[in-house]
Design a protein around this ligand. Structure first.
Ligand code: KIV
Length: 281
């Protein structure tokens, strides 16, 4: 029997109930299916697909069309988890009208349940307008990969007291703007805890320590499918890449040595049909 769909209120209630939220990324149908089988709460179709799926150096070039394409694929596999579509760079930064229209496209054309966008105080008006239009929004503060170059690269944020206070202000502004949850990336663990305590919405950490309301990891990192670089906060639960390379190498060897395909992987033809065919050719 299929499980009931996870809803925004279920995510919001997790904090009060002390239930840790589990969120991963997915970019296609098989990973959407596997996320549901593993019974995670939230699946993010992240713009990290630019790096782990498309081989780009960052997330900036990712387009609305690419996001919609991948969200659609994930939605075909993911029937239980709440699916969030990431708003790509410049899809919400130009003006509020664009932001609402692009958030609407991710939901209407992609079919996701909510959207995520990067930014704190400076984007609170944008978030408020999208929420008012009826679209649930997840915030993303701390290290914001789309503007990583302005932050000095993919580095820990909130190092000094003023920068840390700004992150808490960002979280409060997003909560007031109506987000249902916040992703907090790459900050010292004590700041993760203080930020989670400062707001009533769940704070989902990625490199924000254990004392937040949930965790998110990029799935390609946690299963060892992406090996270009590994941030300090990633735990690899398996190494799927060498297993895949080994399978492909075995296939190559068997083709070259004429072991594959064997009888068991070949279609048969009756002797009569074969004899008849041979007369015809
Ligand atoms: O795009 C992404 O995968 C993300 C996660 C790192 C939270 O934003």
């Amino acid at each position: 029997m299929s499980k009931p769909k996870i809803t925004i209120p279920f995510i919001q209630q997790a904090k009060a109930e002390g239930r840790k939220l589990v969120m991963i990324t997915a970019y296609d149908y098989p990973f959407g299916l596997m996320a549901d089988e593993a019974e995670v709460d939230i699946v993010l179709v992240g713009d990290s697909l630019g790096m782990v799926v498309m081989g780009l150096d960052g997330t900036v070039p990712v387009t609305m069309e690419q996001m919609i394409h991948h969200i659609k694929a994930v939605m075909r596999g993911c029937k239980t988890a709440l699916v969030i579509g990431d708003m790509p760079f410049m899809s919400y930064n130009t003006c509020i009208r664009d932001a609402i229209s692009n958030a609407g496209r991710l939901m209407k054309e992609g079919g996701c349940d909510a959207v995520k966008l990067e930014g704190g105080v400076d984007f609170s008006e944008t978030v408020h307008s999208i929420v008012k239009a009826g679209i649930p929004v997840q915030g993303h503060i701390g290290l914001t990969p789309q503007t990583a170059s302005a932050l000095g690269g993919f580095k820990m944020q909130g190092k000094d007291a003023a920068a840390a206070k700004q992150i808490i202000d960002d979280a409060r502004a997003l909560e007031n703007a109506g987000v249902f949850s916040i992703v907090l990336e790459a900050v010292p663990a004590p700041l993760g805890e203080l930020t989670a305590r400062a707001v009533n919405v769940p704070v989902i950490g990625i490199g924000a320590g254990p004392d937040v309301d949930g965790q998110v990891l990029v799935t390609h990192d946690l299963v060892g499918l992406f090996d270009k670089f590994l941030p300090k906060f990633v735990k690899q639960y398996t190494q799927i890449r060498p297993i895949i390379i080994d399978a492909i190498s075995q296939y190559k060897k068997e083709v070259q040595e004429k072991v594959f395909p064997g009888q068991e992987h070949s279609f048969k033809m009756s002797e009569e049909t074969l004899a008849e065919l041979q007369k015809l050719i």
